[in-house]
Design a protein around this ligand. Structure first.
Ligand SMILES: NC(=O)c1ccc[n+]([C@@H]2O[C@H](COP(=O)([O-])OP(=O)(O)OC[C@H]3O[C@@H](n4cnc5c(N)ncnc54)[C@H](OP(=O)(O)O)[C@@H]3O)[C@@H](O)[C@H]2O)c1
Length: 328
């Protein structure tokens, strides 16, 4: 039997319920994995509230690390006993043991703990595709300015370090002085407390009036329109999340008026469609972590049974860095 966190209807943290369910054996192309730690991500909130719809009842969770217990036919890259981790669709990571598609699962290097693995796969692979694959015309070069909102969060602190490793001057926004300090400690070149300061004006002043080459914006509703005012002509605005709500609909004429801008709305899961692409991105992430260029900071640990509190904390902007859920 597996202990799983399930929702039977969309709603607040109170809809998260622990239930027991048969786990079964893996079919072709599947594995059974026993989790040592599961990741908490803001996407879990969107799925709980129904902002991102899924069939109900739904087991939440998109990220975890543990040990492979059994493999189905046709699975060649994993064996029983392997340490492994993943960021994956379909949801279902909030549990102690599950059967799932093998293609999204990779072996976890010995130097990376289960907790780190659970804290970094979804967020670290996101930093990977944002900085390596979601670039402006002409690419990114050392010294370039980029702007990242929510720079002290889970994706945020990994992204600050990744940008520093690439020689980028990352300007990070965050909602308090303490969070700004964290972003700076993790590699942001500048930090703006957007609860108090006008971030457009500060970005202009930091960049001598020019703007940044790319804005990475996962705050959405509260920031997106002003993010368009932070980029250079021909610059790129990447909306990759909705922590404050979905951004308003975009009139593409605005992109002309603001300097022939590019806008994209990517998701990690487009980049993880094959095992080969997942493995290549994970290898890059693992190299960043094992070389010490990116450290995985876990600021919150919760028992899996206390997942509702974890959701309350991330929605209330009380968390910094990554959070993990421990099945026990
Ligand atoms: N598209 C993709 O592929 C992809 C993949 C991973 C993550 N994401 C997105 O990246 C963002 C960060 O994800 P995460 O899991 O690492 O979460 P997180 O950054 O740890 O938490 C979200 C942060 O957003 C900020 N925020 C601003 N307005 C908010 C509001 N009204 N309510 C709640 N938070 C608000 C808060 O930081 P401040 O207090 O500093 O403002 C908060 O700490 C999310 O939007 C997520 O959906 C997208």
């Amino acid at each position: 039997m597996a202990k799983v966190i399930q929702i039977a209807k969309y709603g607040g943290p109170e809809v998260l319920q622990m239930v027991e369910r048969d786990v079964g054996d893996p079919g072709p192309g599947e594995i059974r994995i026993r989790h040592h730690a599961c990741g908490l991500n803001f996407i879990d909130v969107y799925q709980r509230t129904g902002l991102y719809g899924n069939p109900l009842p739904l087991t939440l969770g998109m990220e975890a690390a543990g040990v492979v217990e059994a493999v189905g036919s046709g699975v060649e890259h994993l064996r029983p006993g392997d340490r492994a981790a993943y960021a994956s669709q379909p949801p279902g990571a909030y549990c102690d043991v599950r059967v799932m598609p093998a293609k999204s699962v990779v072996r976890l290097p010995e130097a990376i703990s289960f907790e780190q693995g659970a804290a970094m796969m979804l967020k670290g692979l996101t930093a990977q595709y944002l900085f390596r694959k979601t670039q402006p015309q002409g690419g990114l070069r050392p010294g370039d300015f980029v702007l990242l909102h929510a720079a002290a969060g889970g994706v945020g602190l990994i992204a600050c370090q990744w940008a520093r490793a690439m020689g980028l001057q990352l300007i990070g926004t965050a909602g308090s002085e303490e969070k700004c300090r964290l972003a700076l400690e993790h590699g942001a070149a500048f930090a703006i407390n957007y609860a108090k300061e006008d971030f457009v004006a500060r970005v202009k002043s930091i960049t001598d009036g020019r703007g940044v080459k790319v804005v990475y914006d996962a705050v959405g509703k509260d920031t997106f329109e002003r993010s368009l005012d932070c980029v250079v002509p021909l610059g790129l605005v990447v909306n990759f999340g909705n922590a404050s709500g979905k951004p308003p609909p975009l009139d593409v004429g605005v992109l002309m008026a603001k300097g022939s801008l590019y806008v994209t709305r990517p998701t990690l899961f487009t980049h993880l469609t094959t095992h080969e692409s997942t493995q290549a991105m994970a290898d890059d992430l693992f190299a960043m972590v094992t070389s010490g260029q990116v450290k995985i900071r876990i600021d919150q640990r919760y028992a899996l049974a206390d997942v509702a509190q974890a959701h309350r904390d991330i929605e209330a902007r009380k968390t910094t860095g990554s959070s993990v859920l421990l099945p026990g």
